[in-house]
Design a protein around this ligand. Structure first.
Ligand code: SF4
Ligand code: SF4
Length: 173
């Protein structure tokens, strides 16, 4: 074949591929305007949960910190009183911090928690411009008070909460 003819043939073939792709469904996702849903087993940024009455599920037991292979969690517990109650357990987390630069999103903290206080959710947009911003504090992690709940600390009747680890569904005792 004459070399010029072969060249023209190749150009036409390339143009045909381009033309054909104009009618194909685009595969590009217009992130951040469009976000792809994550898989049900995806593990993203942590949250700390509350009960429906507003009390915090975390009882400051530090089991999550003990289970964390990256040493990313710091918990400092304090005692609840009936005058000033944060959780239905004996204690609550006065300080709760996760260093997101250390976290490997393994989910061990979630598995270790006896009250399902901490879970890894579907938030994956994490970025920091300095190291201090990567420390997620309790204030950042704790979910807002539910609609019919009360903020913490709450004043509760004496003897209403007597267990160190509250029952999951019923935090009254
Ligand atoms: S997901 Fe894993 S690495 Fe991250 S805080 Fe929990 S236990 Fe630690
Ligand atoms: S999040 Fe769960 S495991 Fe961690 S301190 Fe709170 S109650 Fe304990």
């Amino acid at each position: 074949m004459v070399p010029e003819l072969a060249r023209v043939q190749e150009i036409l073939r390339g143009m045909w591929v381009t033309f054909r792709s104009m009618f194909e469904k685009p595969v590009t996702i217009q992130y951040p305007e469009v976000k792809r849903p994550v898989k049900s087993r995806f593990r993203g940024r942590h949250v700390l949960h509350r009960y429906d009455n507003g009390l915090e599920k975390c009882i400051g037991c530090s089991l999550c910190a003990a289970a964390c292979p990256a040493n990313a969690i710091f918990v400092e517990a304090a005692e609840n009183t009936d005058e000033e109650r944060y959780s239905p357990g004996e204690r609550y987390a006065a300080t709760y911090e996760i260093n997101m630069l250390r976290c490997i999103y393994c989910g061990f903290c979630e598995d270790a928690c006896p009250t399902q206080a901490i879970t890894l959710e579907d938030q994956y947009e994490l970025s920091f411009s300095n190291r201090a911003d990567a420390i997620y504090t309790k204030e950042k992690l704790l979910l807002p008070v539910p609609e019919n709940g009360q903020p913490t600390p709450q004043k509760t009747p004496p003897g209403k909460f007597t267990r160190s680890v509250p029952k999951m569904e019923d935090p009254k005792d």
